[in-house]
Design a binder for this molecule. Structure first.
Ligand SMILES: Cc1cc2nc3c(=O)[nH]c(=O)nc-3n(C[C@H](O)[C@H](O)[C@H](O)COP(=O)(O)OP(=O)(O)OC[C@H]3O[C@@H](n4cnc5c(N)ncnc54)[C@H](O)[C@@H]3O)c2cc1C
Length: 396
């Protein structure tokens, strides 16, 4: 393999380049990124950057020296438009073509927007630096009421940051409680209380029917949110935290199978051994025979080690084992998750108390602890996380 093209110049893309060099690849590496920036960290976009506690300069994942050491060609502000595996070619939005032997798909995704709702002033999503800067400008320009749609991790963080900025916040959630699909109803209720105890209005079992808006000069501007039950909530700013859509459009016609992500085997290899996928865009087959796609920082940082090993070997010699580590910061508390929290037989608080905002919860299946959730207790969390990793390693 003489040339590898990494498409997507963010966390998973950067880690892929680092792994290529770390694992001894001394050929040509071309990185294609449609954002104009070098790789940057997204978690602060909904937290420190939005709150004004960090600047864009705090976000870079590597400096010029790190980039130079990797000896890669960085084509930034350019989109990959087409992959032609038979010809071994990636076509770019600027008309250029890259002849390549291997391809790493690290294209993440775009924030979802409510269907059928046009682009109007005051309506935001947060996925990029520009998104966070635009939202912060509105929040600090005298917005009074903010409605956040979706109480998942990112929606909850944005609600928390808006509260920190002194704004009135209503948080809308379709489910019974926030994060119920990830954490279960009991722990989801703890997160519901975290919002309401800080004065955020949380409305669960709520669906958005439309965005109320009015003319503002030659544009239109948000004035509120219509719920499907007919209620109108007034809003100066509306933020949609309703998930992301994997960026796979550019793979149409390539033969790479796509279904809510790039489909790959347990080693992150697609049907074509010279094409692998990593990070938020990768949907791989699990040991249990399901498929999984993760939208978390640690996955995007860890997955490239396996994918690159298999790419360089020309076949799958290693399976990916996720650590399942996720963190979130809301209302001054640190939340941490590791392992698998889905379908437990038992969920038990094993230390502290949710009402003190300091606790650790074990998720058990068949008597074994398979997952752990902690709030403001990093010490015990880290110990239990290590035990989970040890057990996973010995059972594989
Ligand atoms: C606001 C926010 C807060 C977050 N907070 C946390 C947190 O607290 N904890 C946590 O664990 N995770 C968090 N995450 C998730 C974490 O940031 C992501 O999992 C991680 O960024 C995924 O990295 P990635 O490289 O796979 O994808 P991305 O970061 O999405 O990068 C993909 C890159 O590919 C580019 N691209 C797409 N299509 C093309 C194309 N055709 N050609 C060229 N380039 C293309 C994109 O523009 C982008 O630059 C957060 C995410 C967001 C958005």
């Amino acid at each position: 393999m003489r040339t590898v093209t990494v498409v997507g110049a963010s966390l998973a893309g950067l880690n892929s380049v680092q792994q290529l060099r770390h694992q001894g690849f001394d050929g040509r590496i071309v990185v294609v990124g449609d954002e104009p920036h070098r790789p940057y960290d997204r978690p602060p976009l909904s937290k420190a950057l939005l709150a004004g506690r960090a600047s864009v300069d705090d976000l870079w994942l590597c400096d010029q020296e790190d980039q130079d050491e990797l000896d890669a060609e960085w084509l930034l502000g350019v989109r990959a438009e087409q992959l032609d595996p038979a010809a071994g070619r990636v076509r770019l939005s600027n008309g250029a073509e890259i002849d390549t032997d291997g391809v790493v798909i690290a294209t993440g995704g775009q924030a979802k927007r409510l269907p059928g709702i046009e682009d109007i002033q005051g309506l935001h999503t947060v996925r990029t630096i520009e998104d966070a800067i635009a939202l912060r400008a509105e929040l600090t320009r005298g917005a009074g009421e903010v409605v956040v749609v979706g109480a998942g991790w990112i929606g909850a963080e944005i609600a928390s940051t808006c509260h920190e900025l002194g704004l009135g916040v209503t948080l809308l959630e379709a489910g019974e409680v926030p994060l119920s699909r990830t954490l279960g109803d009991a722990m989801g209720s703890v997160f519901a209380a975290l919002h309401t105890d800080h004065g955020v209005t949380l409305r669960c079992r709520t669906q958005v029917g439309g965005i109320a808006n009015a003319p503002d000069g030659d544009q239109r501007r948000v004035t509120g949110v219509w719920l499907t039950d007919g209620t109108q909530l007034p809003a100066d700013v509306v933020v949609m935290g309703i998930g992301m859509r994997p960026a796979t459009d550019w793979l149409a016609g390539s033969g790479v199978a796509v279904d809510d992500g790039v489909l790959c085997d347990p080693g992150c290899v697609t049907e074509l051994p010279s094409v692998v996928a990593v990070g938020d865009v990768a949907r791989y087959r699990t040991a249990a025979g399901n498929t999984a796609r993760h939208e978390h920082w640690t996955n995007a940082a860890e997955q490239p080690a396996t994918a690159i090993r298999n790419l360089l070997a020309g076949t799958t010699i290693e399976h990916y084992r996720p650590s399942g580590y996720v963190w979130s910061d809301q209302y001054g508390v640190r939340l941490q998750v590791a392992g698998e929290l889905g379908q437990p037989d038992e969920v038990e608080v094993v230390d502290g108390s949710p009402s003190d905002r300091r606790f650790v919860t074990a998720y058990r299946r068949g008597g074994d602890t398979v997952g752990v959730l902690a709030m403001n207790n990093p010490k015990l969390f880290t110990r239990m996380r290590k035990q989970l990793a040890k057990r996973a390693a010995s059972s594989s």
